[in-house]
Structure formats: C-alpha cells, structure tokens
Design a protein around this ligand. Structure first.
Ligand code: ZN
Length: 312
C-alpha cells in the first residue's frame, strides 16, 4: 500500500488526494493504520462524483443522491449510467509525503535517517553496506545543481543510489556524469506472495556483499531462509545441507543415486518429504519448488547460487 501511495504522490504531486473508492483494494485495517500514523489525512467527504466517461451532459461533476438505502452518482442523461456508491467511496484522503517516506523506510528495513533534501527529494536511509538511498518523486527535481549538491552533502563519502519513479535515459546519464547512480523504482519493488509490493534493495548491493538467503547452522540444526526460520527434523536438515554443499560443486546437481546412498531411501520419496516439510514451515509451494529444483532424469539441485547460502 505504501508503494501504491508513493506512485500516486509521484503522479499527482503534493496535492494528490485519493478517494475511498480507490482504497477499496486495501484492507480497512491497513487504511486505519495509515490514518493513525498520519500518512493518510482524512479530508472532507466528496459531495459530487466525476461524470461518466464520454458523457455529453456538460456537467463538471455529477450530483450524489440518496435513493432508499443506496447512494447514487446520477447521470442526467442516462439512468443506466448511474453509479452505485458505497459510503466509504466518498471519503477523501490527502497523503503526507514525509510520513509516507518514513513509513517506507521503516518497512524496507533501512537504517532510517529519513529527511527531505530538496523539493521532491528525500534521503530514505542507508543500506547495511553504507549505501545511501535517495527517493526522488520527479526527476525534474534532480536537474537543479543545488539538488545534486544536497544529495552529495547528505551522503558524505558513502555511495548513493537515487531511486526515481520515472527515470529517463537523459537524466540517468546526467546523474552518472555527476557521479550519482540512479535506479528506476520498478527495479526496487518486489511483490510478495500476497501481491503486496515492498521495497527491496538487494539488486543494489555489490556482488559478494548481499546477505546470504539461506543460513544453515549445524550446531543449532537451524535453517533460516530469507530471514524465516524453518524447523526441520534432523533427517531433513541433513538433506538440505547436502543440497547446499552440492550447490558449490562443479556439478551442482545432487544425483538420485547419491541421495539414495546417503539416506537409504528412494530419492523421489525423501525429496517429496523435504518439500512437504518446507511447505509445512509456511513457505509457498512455488518457493519450495524453486528452492529444490527437479533436474529430470538426473536428480535435484538447490535453486540458489553457492554465494547465496552460508553454513557453519
Ligand atoms: Zn453521464
């Protein structure tokens, strides 16, 4: 929801408002939370509604009437074009840019140091590598030399990446010339399994500095995948460890025969058990299939690069 609001703010400028109808896609709890945090500011309810598309009624807006227990946005030309509204559709919200950006920084796990650098330009925070992330609402803001200076001053000697909603090639080149890296917002947004978009900066990390996605601890017999701890039986732990170790070999495929020799069970059965155990830990089916890939005819392999796991 934060990213969605940010895009609205980028399109509509500081005066952007959103209607209750547009917010229908989000849960009431999310909306309440953002109202309480001051990210959304409730405004006066709408008393009219946009005219229907391609209407020749000549009105600027259509009146809203109460008909029984229904709310109708009435078209003077065609009753079939009347729109039935929910009471919440008439709510109107402004967006507090500074608070929205603080909330985005907090939800993306950055070391928050959020503040406005210039009109339409915010320091979002720092990655664990020290890189400063600057969020830019409108690339026009970056044309001013003062804006580039403000970015430099805020970052000090740290590397900077400017995340811009729309990044055109000319601005990108101009920023590179000024020693500032830029990245389109779309490259820093990932949707989770529920379709919720969040900021993710792993692509900005220099190779080798990215935190491992999979961490195996022999002493604690624990498996942590993308920050989520998975509770596995000793047998399943040994198997996933076998996969991880094979991933670092010249041939990353764990052969069926090797699995059978190590575990004394048919490979397809024990791999099915492992996948079931991973799903049972709350991993979505698609992630499990991507993590333990089937290599038809040969065996299985870990769907992670050797650099993406760490064990002790
Ligand atoms: Zn109409």
């Amino acid at each position: 929801m934060l990213i969605w609001l940010w895009k609205r703010l980028s399109d509509g400028g500081t005066e952007a408002t959103v209607s209750g109808r547009a917010l229908r896609r989000f849960s009431g709890r999310e909306i309440e939370g953002l109202l309480r945090a001051g990210v959304l500011i409730e405004q006066r309810k709408a008393d009219s509604w946009p005219v229907c598309a391609h209407c020749d009624c000549g009105l600027d807006a259509r009146p809203i009437r109460v008909a029984g227990d229904r709310l109708l946005a009435c078209c003077p030309r065609d009753t079939a074009a009347d729109a039935t509204l929910e009471p919440d559709d008439l709510r109107r919200f402004g967006i507090d840019a500074d608070r929205l950006i603080s909330a985005m920084a907090a939800s993306s796990g950055l070391q928050a140091a959020t503040f406005a650098l210039a009109e339409g330009l915010w320091l979002l925070g720092r990655l664990p590598t020290g890189m400063c992330i600057v969020l830019c609402r409108d690339t026009h803001a970056l044309r001013a030399p003062a804006a580039k200076l403000a970015v430099r001053a805020a970052a000090g000697t740290a590397p900077v990446t400017i995340v811009a909603t729309d990044l055109d090639p000319a601005t990108d080149l101009q920023l590179r010339t000024a020693g500032l890296a830029a990245c389109p917002l779309a490259d820093c947004v990932r949707a989770d399994e529920f379709g919720t978009e969040r900021l993710a900066f792993d692509r900005l990390l220099p190779v080798g500095l990215a935190p491992p996605r999979l961490v195996l601890s022999r002493s604690r017999r624990s498996v942590v995948l993308d920050g989520r701890r998975l509770d596995l039986t000793p047998q399943m732990f040994a198997l996933i460890r076998l996969f991880a170790e094979q991933a670092g070999q010249r041939d990353p495929i764990l052969r069926k025969e090797a699995i059978e020799a190590q575990t004394g069970r048919p490979a397809n059965e024990i791999v099915r058990d492992l996948r079931k155990a991973l799903t049972g830990c709350g991993l979505p089916r698609a992630s499990v299939d991507a993590l333990i890939e089937t290599v038809r005819g040969y065996g299985y392999r870990l769907g992670l690069s050797p650099a993406a796991w760490r064990g002790n």
